[in-house]
Design a protein around this ligand. Sequence first.
Ligand SMILES: C[S@@+](CC[C@H](N)C(=O)[O-])C[C@H]1O[C@@H](n2cnc3c(N)ncnc32)[C@H](O)[C@@H]1O
Ligand code: SF4
Ligand code: SF4
Length: 385
Amino acid sequence: MSTLENITDIRLKEGLLALGVTNKPTCFRPHTYMLFHPNGYATACCYACKYPYGKYPEQSLHDIWFGKARQDIIKAMDNEYDFHLTCDQVCYEQVCIKDQGCMPAIMRTEGFPYPAPAYPTRLELIIDTVCNYECIMCGGYLSSSIRRNREHSIPHKIPYDDEFVNQLEEFIPHVGIVYMSGGEPLVAPYFLKVLERIAKINSEAFVELTSNCSTYNKRTQKILDLLPNLTVTVSLNAISKDNYKFITTHGDIDNVLGNLKKLGSRLNKMNVCPMIQNVNEIPNLVKFCDENNVIINFLYCFMPTGGKLKGIHIGGTNEYAEGIRLPDNVLAQKPFIPEFNLATLSKSKLQKIHDNLIKITEWCSPQNQHPVKHLCHRISALADK
Ligand SMILES: C[S@@+](CC[C@H](N)C(=O)[O-])C[C@H]1O[C@@H](n2cnc3c(N)ncnc32)[C@H](O)[C@@H]1O
Ligand code: SF4
Ligand code: SF4
């Protein structure tokens, strides 16, 4: 078993020390998380795809969680500080550059129980890809509309069925939070089935649903009524009418803002993918969050996750980014670019963006100071490259 002192990889050692990741476990995710992807694979997180825990329906959920693969990841990470089994695509590099926003660092502040209980405390379900939007940074792997209209491919075969929901019953009583993303969970039919089952077994469960919030109808109301502790994270990448439509293809910002109002206190967070196309909107997005007591969260926008668009994705039109199109039997090995698109800007442009964003910290609410400062840090790291 390695100790931090005898790690020979100096960048990794210095990164772990700088981030305070000095005690085991190196990352809480493999101990506590199970994420199901649209193609049936289960992993520790959306980055750890090289070596999945297992795959539904080839394996039962019980066998996936209690199986050897997850133990292999835990052993590698905790005994040897070895990220190479499945954590080298994003986190290894983030730790090496001492990125305070990286998962192994953030997880330490999130109060995970340790030693971890036998069952996962968090489930993440990306189990349906039906989506009504075609966002420029997204792809057909996650949006059925992009798959059909941009990539001109046959629909994904989603492996989840009634048996999956039945098998989830073993896990639901132990889970602290269930995260749901898609596809569009407020539109895709399968999500309702799962939410109904969660409500039946544990109606007080905490569920965090990530949504484009384009839809608020009877079904939405039913979902909110079923689960009083369900909250919504809205993905909003622009607040100006034309740009919102441009980024989402089908979206109408007035409709979305109306829906956010209806959600009221159920609206908890906002996800923003910082890109060249929306970087100027960030002050207004932060302002909206402050006014509505919403926590802003800047994602690492990487890839595109599917077919490229002419004029937006450098290097061609309607092609698949290399390595992104998922073959049926293997998960993607996603090339990680800290800020997709923004990374292609010149140093002076990035510096200007940084200087504009840092001004937000002079007026934004205390809860949004940290995410904005962290984004500034990421932009200045890009400028320094
Ligand atoms: C794929 S969406 C699915 C849920 C829902 N349709 C929505 O947009 O909120 C989940 C999250 O992934 C983000 N996302 C989309 N494309 C991304 C990319 N290329 N890099 C990082 N995050 C991305 C979205 O902004 C959203 O917050
Ligand atoms: S180190 Fe990163 S890639 Fe590995 S499980 Fe943790 S969050 Fe996922
Ligand atoms: S980001 Fe969400 S809303 Fe946009 S296309 Fe992807 S899945 Fe649909």
